[in-house]
Design a protein around this ligand. Sequence first.
Ligand SMILES: [Zn+2]
Length: 225
Amino acid sequence: MSPVRGIEVDDLELRAELVATTLAMCAARLNTGSSGNASVRTAGGMLITPSGLAPDACTPEDMVVVDADGRADARLAPSSEWRLHHDLYAHRPEAGAIIHAHAPFATALACQRLEIPPFHYMIARFGGNTVRCAKYATFGTQALSDHIAAAIADRSACLMANHGMLVFGRNLANALALAIEFETLCEQYWRVRQLGKPVLLSDSEMREVVERFRWYGKPAEQLPE
Ligand SMILES: [Zn+2]
């Protein structure tokens, strides 16, 4: 395969992985049509899905390179939400890949502008006792990016008021798995609310879970007593 303009051959694998991630987002019903987007951190900035193109119409060459200064170098425009991806990589060094989706249950909660409380211990997977909802601002604006930075502080997920959800992970596979887990939790919370007020876990119960998740997936010899 020949190199695309300005792109190293190695990056073609990452481009293909990004396309595969967006197709998997559709298969998991996180997204439909051209809504939602995904990106992955690169040495010089990020690789992000293009604006307004449905995942099943995308090729690896359609993925857009955006450098650390926010300059795009491609024949297609980057996703209209490129700014919030760019800002999140700048502020959160642990973010290796980001997924934004209008997933049905997350979006339903986001349209109620709800903060998700510790109704289930798996909330701790996203870094704390709650998952916050970022304030509303028009899509693609700096104001929306700023609201997300505040809502996702010390967390790896947030809802976006009257819009959807944002999740980041170590890499594309991790971000996708977390996005699917998050939408599942949103569905569970949506169902629980049909039954009335859920019983919430206490701060100390959640502290213990957050601590355990810190060691989740680590080799046995590194685990605490
Ligand atoms: Zn959106």
